[in-house]
Design a binder for this molecule. Structure first.
Ligand SMILES: Cc1cc2nc3c(=O)[nH]c(=O)nc-3n(C[C@H](O)[C@H](O)[C@H](O)COP(=O)(O)OP(=O)(O)OC[C@H]3O[C@@H](n4cnc5c(N)ncnc54)[C@H](O)[C@@H]3O)c2cc1C
Length: 346
């Protein structure tokens, strides 16, 4: 007898979306072979009768998620007790050797340098990342960047959610090999696609770069309300934003405004409160700012990640320093990891 497959409503609809656990990664929308789902207001919505093919529950990072299965799949083993921020091969501080990339990048421009190098070397034909939105400063739009210029233009952090998975769909349609850049929850979704495996979507993926992430904010709350109304800053006047213990808003005029993180906690996306992964523990390479100035803290985790990292280093696309030179950054990595685990125990 054929076992009935489960549809969207009784799996993700009930247990993830209605339970306020949906991270908004859009993976279910991307993989639905019958186009039953639309991505609306940061969430999936059924727009026609579900065909109950059973695919979407298998790729959702918030449904039937198992850390042990995921770690076994990515690393071939479970973490040891002392590997508190996940399995890794190397911890290093890195920055782009190219000055323009360094200037445009969020921290050391490492992610952008790595992607541009991989693109120039033919390792990837594109990268799924967060592009910009015309007329809406700091509002990210998922983009399949297929040129070095597009990758460079998309550097820097937008502290709101960018469902970069939507750009994976484009890569599949265009048959392009790619790197995936995303927050920890998005990396989980990539791993679920690979573990399934959903070959059509897994095949083009060459490597994943995970961005360390305490939380992301709603655009309406952080940008429109807090910056636009309370601080009275025109979004077009902002040169760069960074979070280093507090939110720093560097204006084009040279002035830097500050907002305390406690003042903007109310704008944190609800699903971030259920997240236990600060440092993108399942990515091939993780990258974060960790209080550093002009450098990216890099965690090389997998063999593939090490191969790509070494290739960029050998080509002199990167400059490196040892993490021991900045002990506070390593301490902060442990502290933020523990804080997230405490908020959302595994
Ligand atoms: C929402 C969010 C919260 C973060 N919180 C922390 C934190 O608490 N502590 C910490 O140490 N680091 C945090 N980071 C990571 C940090 O901001 C930098 O992305 C990281 O240090 C890499 O810097 P870089 O200069 O090497 O990257 P860059 O070379 O500037 O490249 C950054 C890449 O990230 C992509 N990107 C930008 N915004 C987003 C987004 N919203 N979603 C997905 N991709 C995006 C860009 O398209 C680009 O490819 C956060 C990042 C995000 C997106």
């Amino acid at each position: 007898m054929n076992k009935r497959k489960l549809g969207f409503d009784e799996t993700l609809g009930k247990n993830v979306v209605s339970a306020n656990r949906c991270v908004g990664c859009a993976t279910c929308v991307v993989v639905c072979p019958f186009s039953c789902l639309n991505y609306e207001d940061g969430q999936p919505r059924l727009v026609k009768d579900c065909e109950e093919c059973g695919i979407c529950p298998r790729v959702c990072p918030k449904f039937n998620w198992s850390w042990s299965e995921a770690e076994e799949f990515v690393f071939g083993r479970r973490r040891r007790a002392d590997e508190d921020f996940g399995i890794s091969r190397k911890l290093i501080l890195a920055q782009a050797s190219d000055e323009e990339i360094r200037k445009k990048g969020q921290d050391g421009g490492f992610v952008t340098a790595l992607l541009i190098h991989s693109h120039n070397e033919g390792i990837i034909e594109g990268a799924a990342l967060a592009g910009h939105t015309e007329g809406k400063p700091f509002y990210p739009s998922p983009l399949l960047a297929t040129t070095s210029q597009q990758i460079l233009r998309s550097s820097g952090t937008r502290y709101t959610y960018s469902p970069n998975m939507l750009a994976l769909k484009e890569a599949v349609t265009e048959k392009k090999s790619l790197a995936f850049v995303g927050t920890p929850c998005q990396v989980h979704a990539v791993r679920k696609i690979q573990m399934f495996p959903l070959k059509k979507y897994a095949a083009p993926l060459q490597f994943t770069v995970g961005l360390m992430c305490t939380e992301s904010f709603t655009y309406k709350g952080l940008f429109e309300e807090e910056l636009g109304r309370n601080l009275n800053v025109k979004l077009n006047d902002i040169r760069k934003m960074n979070i280093k213990g507090k939110i720093l808003i560097h204006l084009k005029s040279g002035v830097t405004e500050e907002i305390s993180l406690s003042d903007v906690k109310k704008y944190v996306r609800p699903s971030c409160h259920n997240c236990s992964d600060f440092s993108a523990e399942l990515a091939d390479i993780s990258a974060g700012g960790l209080g550093l100035n002009g450098w990216t803290f890099v965690v090389v985790r997998t063999e593939k990640g090490e191969e790509i990292f070494n290739s960029a280093l050998d080509a002199e696309a990167l400059v490196i320093r040892q993490v021991e030179e900045e002990p506070f950054a390593l301490k902060l990595l442990s502290k933020l990891t523990k804080r997230k685990l405490k908020n959302a125990p595994r």
